[in-house]
Write a protein that binds this ligand. Structure first.
Ligand code: ADP
Ligand code: MG
Length: 284
């Protein structure tokens, strides 16, 4: 999908916004083993042993407030599983996800309070945008779920503000997702994510389904929003040009493991691990 936008220069480093020292997110020794077995009855009848897959293994990294951390690696390397464990959608089999020092998977964590501080954007906006809802309702929903709006007028104000932020008009609020292009739909998903004023956004292949020119627009919008609101991003992409354009730091995943991590420019300009070199050589 999409040739890398090689005309796009690397992100100037270090950026003032990324120089904050606090780690907003820390992932420690994270692991996820999936059980691939059939149900117990089928397994017993078919005389098959239990099968498991170590999708994520011993992954550790941290993300400074206001910076973008990129996770790169080929399809199936475990990137989305890491994202889902960070977001709280998939239970880790081991390790910790510390958000602002709080283990989000500990029983003591106030999940509702944590939930208000981050949002997710996916590759396919249709996955998160109910086609039967208007744009206004789509953007308002997280506010209601998270208990973030006191009144209808406040919700309306927040929806209008979120649309303005992604350069869309109040008229767009009355339309449905299918009335927009792919790039515009991803803007709606971003507006929806921004409405609750999160600090941290997990973006899983946010532009992989878009044409290259539209990709650049959406990525630039994400960067502008980061500078404006001091957002912190975990950005997942298999596209090295996207990673180079967006990230302060990166981690390279291969078969569930983080094989290399560090400053984005340093890793991309002088990859140390053979897998990273191979990955870069695969991109013209
Ligand atoms: P990536 O996002 O890098 O493409 P994923 O995290 O989606 O990789 O997947 C990593 C591995 O885990 C793959 O082999 C995938 O098939 C497997 N996997 C992902 N989700 C599940 C699941 N819910 N059940 C079983 N296996 C899964
Ligand atoms: Mg994925």
């Amino acid at each position: 999908i999409g040739k890398p936008a090689t005309a796009v220069p690397a992100r100037p480093q270090p950026r003032p916004a990324a120089s904050g020292l606090k780690n907003l997110l820390e992932v420690r020794d994270l692991g996820k083993e999936f059980d691939l077995s059939l149900g117990w009855l089928e397994r017993v009848v078919a005389r098959q042993p239990r099968k498991t897959l170590q999708a994520v293994d011993q992954v550790s990294f941290s993300i400074r407030q206001g910076s973008t951390f990129g996770l790169v690696g080929e399809s199936g390397s475990g990137k989305s599983t890491v994202a889902r464990m960070v977001a709280g959608l998939t239970l880790p089999t081991r390790g910790q996800v510390l958000f602002d020092g709080v283990d989000r998977w500990s029983a003591a964590a106030d999940t509702q309070a944590l939930r208000r501080r981050f949002q997710m954007i996916f590759q396919d906006p249709y996955a998160s945008l109910n086609p039967r809802w208007t744009v206004a309702r789509l953007i308002a929903e997280p506010l209601e779920v998270l208990g973030l709006s006191a009144s209808r007028s406040e919700t309306a104000e927040r929806v209008a503000a979120a649309l303005r932020r992604v350069r869309m008009t109040p008229d767009d609020a009355r339309k449905y997702p299918h009335q927009f292009s792919g790039g515009q739909r991803q803007r709606i998903a971003i507006a929806r994510a921004l409405a609750s004023q999160p600090e941290f956004i997990i973006c899983d292949e946010p532009t992989s389904a878009l044409d290259v020119s539209v990709q650049a627009q959406v990525l630039n919008l994400m960067r502008d929003l980061q500078d404006e609101f001091g957002l912190t991003y975990l950005l997942i992409s298999h596209n090295l040009a996207v990673i180079r354009h967006m990230c302060d730091d990166i981690g390279v995943m291969q078969r569930g493991r983080l094989v290399e991590a560090g400053d984005a420019q340093a890793v991309l300009d002088a990859p140390q691990h053979p897998y990273t070199r191979a990955l870069m050589a695969a991109v013209p």
